[in-house]
Design a protein around this ligand. Structure first.
Ligand code: ZN
Length: 317
């Protein structure tokens, strides 16, 4: 089972797994593996060597050809942590929460990984996944008994929606659900409303400027231009006037500049161009704009930030 955060020696900060993934791929090649310790300061600053947390697959570009475990932090050897280390208790609470997830059980997704709310951030804003944050841990770790603390973490997980500002995490949920699970699981998109996962995601071939905002997905080709990359969905979209429009997402250098997760996005886009045998699976969320050129009508999904884009490699098969 996984921990939401870990202390990263290289960045000297407590980070979540997406930040670790971003940080790893933002390094120049050859990239250095990262070292993680317990997020609890008292635990890692004791005389004994600090308890190591394993970062799983943060150094890989996700491919969905074979089932690759999604990147996560794993807490091993709870006995190496100090007595009362809150993160050992958080781990226990998350494990119990996943085991008792009842009707929200999924075939290929842990309940604690399910995103309930997608809140696309305003430009420049950095939101992380708020699953159990340091403030909650601080509040709950003051309770007198271990059992009471674990119950309190479980109650927090049950009662609070799991929010994410990253489309990448929401798309991973969608990818890991069966069609039936998508139809019975709700997703709130802030500014759009609450619908099922199935209704919030639409194949890019149905992209149309006149419909409500939704998450569009499909396979795309990528080309590098002077100002950035253009992702073009393979399928065109039939428009109400009978024309057929290409559907595009522009990943401009302006968007890339200053975006913390650009390392992974760039590595994925370059791999899609340079390594044969892969297709690029693309998810995008934004306002739809149609521009009629001489050659064809073109639709652009305008990203507010790169948090609203998810690109993954898939083996061609
Ligand atoms: Zn610890």
């Amino acid at each position: 089972m996984s921990l939401p955060v870990a202390y990263c020696v290289q960045t000297d900060s407590v980070i979540d797994i997406v930040r670790a993934h971003d940080h790893y791929f933002s390094q120049d090649v050859p990239r250095e593996d990262l070292t993680f310790h317990c997020p609890d300061e008292l635990c890692r600053n004791r005389q004994t060597s600090p308890p190591v947390i394993t970062g799983v697959n943060y150094n890989k570009i996700p491919k969905i050809d074979k089932f690759v475990q999604k990147p996560h932090f794993r807490l091993r050897d709870p006995e190496r942590h100090r007595a009362g280390c809150p993160w050992v208790e958080v781990k226990e609470a998350i494990d119990a929460f996943d085991d008792e997830s009842g009707p929200k059980r999924f075939s290929n997704l842990k309940r604690s990984d399910l995103i309930d709310v997608f809140s696309p951030p305003a430009e420049g804003e950095e939101l992380t996944n708020l699953r159990i944050d340091a403030a909650q841990v601080k509040a709950i770790s003051g309770l007198p008994s271990r059992q009471a603390r674990i119950e309190a973490y479980k109650a927090y997980l049950r009662e609070n929606p799991n929010r994410s500002s990253r489309l990448q995490e929401v798309a991973a949920c969608f990818e890991n659900m069966t069609e039936d699970e998508r139809k019975r699981t709700m997703l709130i998109i802030e500014g759009v409303g609450e619908k099922t996962y199935r209704q919030q995601f639409t194949s890019a071939e149905y992209c149309n400027p006149n419909t409500r905002k939704r998450i569009y997905y499909g396979f795309a080709s990528v080309s590098e231009e002077q100002d950035g990359f253009i992702l073009r969905f393979r399928r065109t979209a039939q428009q109400s006037d009978g024309s057929s429009a290409s559907v595009n997402v522009v990943v401009s250098r302006t968007l890339l500049h200053g975006f913390r997760g650009k390392g992974l996005i760039l590595a994925t886009l370059l791999a899609a161009q340079e390594i044969g045998g892969f297709s690029l699976s693309c998810y995008a969320f934004g306002e739809i704009e149609r521009i009629d050129t001489e050659a064809e009508p073109r639709i652009f999904i305008q990203l507010d930030s790169l948090h609203s884009l998810s690109v993954m490699l898939r083996a061609q098969g």
